[in-house]
Design a protein around this ligand. Structure first.
Ligand code: NAD
Length: 288
């Protein structure tokens, strides 16, 4: 076995695109997902499929995880049919899930005791970035483990930020997504004011993006998904509400006071009444 063999566990919007990108880059990819739809899509793209997480870990020394939440990561690593139960040795796990730093650190210690390694590498850039291999990755882990993960990280990303020890990538990702969530609210409110005062929304966003009030949301989300009316980013309200909730938990755990961001978090939580979990996360911009 060589580190050119990679398992991808979780073949949803992000994982399927990552599996295809890795296969295109010359890795031998084995995928696993319990869902019939994701399995069919991966099979159609020529990705070999395993029947369980343990079988996927058995097929490759390196595994990329792209799962909804920390509990799913825990299940594939320490559950009945997961890595720890498999008796396999010396696996490198690259967790791209937007997960919980405390859980990541705990799982990394459990894996290390059994001779495995964990690198957290959550991503920004959506399914399009995963498909093009141009994600931004926020990486946490020991230097030697990151060096081993480097060929896979390079194939998936255009920009790597080394954030510190294991768990640090997940901290940075929660900070990033909390800000993105808040900026969607603040930019939407400010744009509504500008439009009400007589300026066309596209003109306003164009001018704003040349000024100091710009944000990633005004530069990317407004032109691509909101003003276009497409709302097809591939990132859902449910996942963003999860991330905002995790960031609030992190603020609580660290004793951080964030009065403005608490208001933003409440608005995201309350949006569940009007916008279901499967809606595009940019829809929050249209809520009054
Ligand atoms: P998704 O819901 O489309 O995919 C998740 C997949 O995991 C599903 O196919 C599901 O069947 C599978 N899954 C669930 N339990 C599993 C298990 N035990 N073993 C294997 N597979 C299992 O979600 P997504 O949009 O692909 O996001 C994946 C992760 O990436 C999330 O943590 C999300 O927050 C993060 N993320 C998503 C985006 C985006 O734009 N979609 C961007 C950055 C980060």
């Amino acid at each position: 076995m060589t580190d050119r063999q990679v398992a991808v566990i979780g073949l949803g919007n992000m994982g399927a695109a990552m599996a295809e990108t890795l296969a295109r880059a010359g890795f031998a990819v084995t995928g696993y997902d319990p869902g019939a739809g994701p399995r069919a899509r991966a099979a159609a793209a020529g990705i070999a499929l395993a029947d369980s997480p343990a079988a996927a870990f058995a097929a490759a020394p390196v595994a990329v995880l792209s799962l909804p939440m920390a509990r799913h990561v825990e299940a594939v690593l320490t559950g009945d049919d997961g890595l720890m139960a498999s008796g396999l040795a010396d696996r490198l796990v690259i967790d791209t899930t937007t997960s919980e730093p405390a859980v990541t650190r705990r799982l990394a210690a459990v894996l290390a005791d059994a001779g495995h390694a964990l690198v957290d590498a959550p991503v920004s850039g959506g399914p399009a970035g995963a498909a093009a291999g141009t994600l931004t990755m926020m990486v946490g882990g020991a230097a030697a483990d990151i060096a081993r993960a480097q060929p896979v990280l390079d194939a998936l990303s255009a920009k790597l930020s080394l954030c510190g020890d294991v768990g640090a990538g997940h901290v940075v990702k929660l900070v990033n997504n909390l800000l993105c969530a808040a900026h969607l609210l603040t930019v939407s409110e400010a744009v509504r004011m500008g439009v009400a005062a007589g300026v066309d929304a596209e003109t306003l966003i164009g001018a704003l993006n040349a000024g100091s009030g710009r944000a990633g949301v005004s530069e990317v989300n407004f032109p691509r998904w909101i003003l276009s009316g497409l709302f097809d980013s591939g990132f859902t309200m449910g996942l963003m509400r999860k991330d905002v909730g995790l960031a609030q938990t992190l603020a609580g755990d660290t004793g951080t006071s964030m009065p403005l961001l608490d208001v933003a978090a409440r608005l995201w939580r309350d949006s569940a009444d009007a916008l279901g979990d499967d809606e595009d996360f940019n829809r929050i911009a249209a809520l009054d």
